[in-house]
Design a protein around this ligand. Structure first.
Ligand code: FEO
Length: 162
């Protein structure tokens, strides 16, 4: 059975993951009209992945005897001024999410909730990959700059994501 403090914190993270999905979908829409279809596809898939993260929390809360609470999701601030500005925000956002997961992990350890600590281990690992992906794409954008020809090459590369 989940302690109230842990259940509340898991529900907060459920909302944060759905917000990540919403944010990346808004970024995808921005690239659709850029138009940079590869960036749009990459971010649409990322939005889907964040929705799956949210559902992992949703399912875990139920399995652990709690109740998922679906609260309002903030509207992402749009538009962005460049591809670089978008990925600067993606990278910052992923670092913020890592901080949220770590805080949740610390709470579960403090509450001696070993099942939740074990569940969160997957997210600790996942965040290493999430930060690395965002940081790599940001570095690539900085190399090519917002030069349309070069950016289209990167757009083509990102469009290969399955
Ligand atoms: Fe759900 Fe991008 O972390």
């Amino acid at each position: 059975m989940l302690k109230k403090s842990v259940e509340d914190a898991l529900n907060k993270q459920l909302n944060a993951e759905f917000y990540s999905s919403y944010l990346y979908l808004a970024m995808s829409a921005y690239f659709e009209s850029y138009p940079m279809k590869g960036f749009a596809k990459w971010l649409r898939l990322q939005a889907k992945e964040e929705m799956a993260h949210g559902m992992k929390f949703y399912d875990y809360i139920i399995e652990a005897g709690g109740t998922p609470k679906l609260t309002a999701i903030d509207a992402p601030k749009t538009p962005w001024k460049s591809a670089q500005a978008v990925f600067e925000q993606v990278y910052e956002h992923e670092q913020k999410v890592t901080g949220l997961i770590y805080a949740l992990m610390e709470l579960s350890i403090k509450e001696k909730d070993h099942a939740t600590t074990n569940f969160l281990g997957w997210f600790v690992k996942e965040q290493v990959e999430e930060e690395a992906n965002a940081s790599e794409i940001l570095a690539q954008i900085k190399i090519v700059g917002d030069i349309p020809g070069h950016l289209f090459w990167l757009d083509h590369q990102l469009g290969k994501r399955e």
